[in-house]
Write a protein that binds this ligand. Structure first.
Ligand SMILES: [Zn+2]
Length: 580
């Protein structure tokens, strides 16, 4: 009876909503029709999503409550893999170890952190990936009650908001919560709630799952935020927050067996390929050959990383990194051949590396950088590896050595340096910084490194390098002389939360500096250095303009620049994120 009343109310409201927004004004649908349209489209969208095998990264932080700062992290987990939504994917976010060993899920990991959760079970990565789909085979009026709530804009996309309840006896693992349905075609663009009625000894978590509009009008899963402040596992309580990101959709189509064989039979002579060797003056000298061979090894690694979806294609963020690198190169009068390039690794762990003459910085590291000087310190360290000729392994210039499975990418392409090389690069980078526009910023650089160092025990998986070296023990002298970390001082921004700077396009892996306005922390609970926060992407439809990105102040403004600390060239667009 109650449901009937709800539906009548929804019908009245929606008649108004739809008569305003439908493409054909004459088309006045009622609630049932809209719900049927939306659920039918969702079933079709799930079929569409099954065509792809995107990369999925889940990063989890466990925490206890802290009187001063609100949240004290005391552990973390990081998973990276490729997910297929075909077949069964577990709802559970925890599994028994015996279950985990069965490896029944189609969630192939690049790297799986095998440590136990605090309650003696392993985290189940596919449990987080599952939060990308509401209900694979039963999202309809047969299994659920829908109640229209309101209309609301998410970004530029106007949505109809419904509360969704599974009917009694509709089975285990159904969704309960709120859904946001865009009002052109009735695609679900966000759903927020949890799966209910778990099996015994399993745990489900609350989540907020977002889809973004990509090529061809598709809405594909991109961001999932998870949170539980007191999840009960066999009588033990656990608090955690998680961020799951999906990307690499477009490239995953090319990886399918059908398209791979098609690609092979369609090898043609392509006239548009230009000479990339950079030498148009005939044969190479012995030294020229040496450099070309090293560049070959470098390019092999970059191609492999990009092909695996780990490296962003060349983009605008690279140019910002390039500008700061050039500041270091010019002021130190360095001559480096071939020229230094910069790229972005798409993963969250805070790390940087050098592949030949290419400096690579992870998205997670870029996110948490408080200012331009700290970025310069990271770049100076990597530039030092280049200056000191810590050369790339030229074995990688041979094609056969690049033939390995995607799942072994991280294993084969680790570019971590030895402890001696790290120490030498630290020493060299101090010299580079001392002659650079950042020479008066050692205090803020030290503060940032101190934050990374002091977070290592609580967040070992975030602060550990996977392909390169971590920043945990970098520039010990500068760290030692830096000011004290003040957990509760909102004026001090040692590092930003994850996700503070970089937006990632899940379709083509392009990254850009976020257009989100920075907001000043008002109290200690809002400082959140290196911590997980909920996602709030600015949704818009492909082809529609996103909000104009204002010219942002350069990264250096977080600290007061002294007169002679003006960079040679300002790195455009990197806004400071932390405090205003
Ligand atoms: Zn290094």
């Amino acid at each position: 009876m109650i449901r009937k009343l709800c539906l009548i109310a929804a019908t009245v409201l929606l008649s108004v909503a739809v008569s305003v927004c439908a493409d054909k004004p004459s088309e006045v649908a009622n609630a049932e029709q809209i719900i049927d349209k939306m659920t039918a489209l969702e079933a079709a969208n799930v079929k569409n999503i099954e065509r792809y095998t995107p990369l999925v990264e889940t990063y989890v932080q466990t925490y206890t409550t802290d009187k001063e700062t609100g949240r004290a992290p005391h552990g973390d987990q990081w998973f990276l893999g490729r997910v297929s939504f075909k077949g069964r994917i577990s709802n559970d976010i925890f599994v028994d170890q015996a279950e985990a060993k069965k490896a029944t899920v189609s969630h192939k990991m690049f790297h799986r952190v095998a440590s136990l959760s605090p309650v003696g079970r392993t985290w189940e990565p596919s449990g987080f990936a599952q939060m990308a789909i509401i209900d694979k085979d039963g999202f309809n009026r047969q299994h659920y009650d829908f109640t229209f709530v309101k209309r609301e804009y998410l970004g530029t996309v106007r949505c109809l908001v419904f509360d969704v309840m599974p009917k009694s006896k509709s089975g285990i693992g159904r969704f309960r919560g709120r859904i946001y349905v865009e009002d052109h075609d009735y695609n679900i663009v966000r759903f927020n709630g949890l799966f209910v009625r778990p099996k015994e000894h399993t745990a489900y978590a609350h989540f907020d799952s977002w889809r973004v509009n990509v090529k061809g009008g598709q809405w594909l899963p991109a961001y999932i935020y998870g949170e539980e402040s007191s999840i009960d596992l066999d009588g033990k309580k656990l608090a955690f927050k998680s961020q799951t990101r999906l990307w690499g959709y477009s490239a995953s189509l090319r990886r399918s067996p059908e398209s791979k064989s098609a690609e092979f039979t369609a090898v043609l002579v392509d006239d548009s390929i230009t000479d990339q060797s950079g030498s148009n003056s005939g044969p190479l000298s012995p030294l020229g050959s040496e450099r070309a061979f090293e560049r070959q090894a470098e390019n092999n690694v970059l191609e492999k990383l990009e092909d695996a979806g780990l490296l962003a294609p060349p983009n605008e963020v690279d140019k910002v990194l390039q500008t700061v690198t050039n500041n270091l190169i010019f002021t130190n009068e360095l001559i480096i051949e071939p020229e230094v390039r910069c790229r972005v690794l798409l993963t969250s762990p805070i790390e940087s590396l050098t592949v030949g003459h290419t400096i690579i910085i992870s998205r997670g590291l870029l996110d948490v950088l408080p200012d331009e000087a700290s970025l310069a310190a990271v770049l100076a360290h990597e530039l030092s590896h280049i200056v000191l000729a810590h050369e790339i392994d030229t074995r990688l210039a041979f094609g056969d050595r690049m033939l390995f499975n995607e799942s072994e990418t991280i294993l084969h392409l680790s570019m971590a340096h030895t402890a001696e090389e790290e120490a030498a690069a630290d020493k060299q980078s101090l010299e580079l910084l001392a002659k650079s526009p950042y020479k008066d910023k050692f205090q803020t650089i030290g503060l940032f490194l101190k934050q990374i160092h002091s977070s290592h025990d609580a967040l070992p998986n975030l602060t550990r390098g996977r392909l390169g070296n971590s920043l945990v023990d970098r520039l010990g002298n500068i760290m030692a002389n830096a000011p004290e970390l003040k957990k509760t001082d909102v004026q001090q921004t040692a590092a930003l939360p994850l996700g503070a700077r970089i937006d990632l396009d899940p379709w083509n892996n392009h990254v850009e500096l976020t257009k989100a306005q920075s907001v000043a922390a008002l109290n200690a609970h809002e400082k959140l250095p290196l911590l997980i926060t909920p996602f709030y992407p600015y949704l818009n439809r492909v082809g529609e303009n996103s909000p104009k990105s204002e010219t942002k102040p350069n990264l250096g403004e977080n600290t007061k620049p002294s007169d002679d600390a003006t960079p040679v060239e300002e790195s455009k667009q990197i806004g400071r994120g932390g405090s205003e």
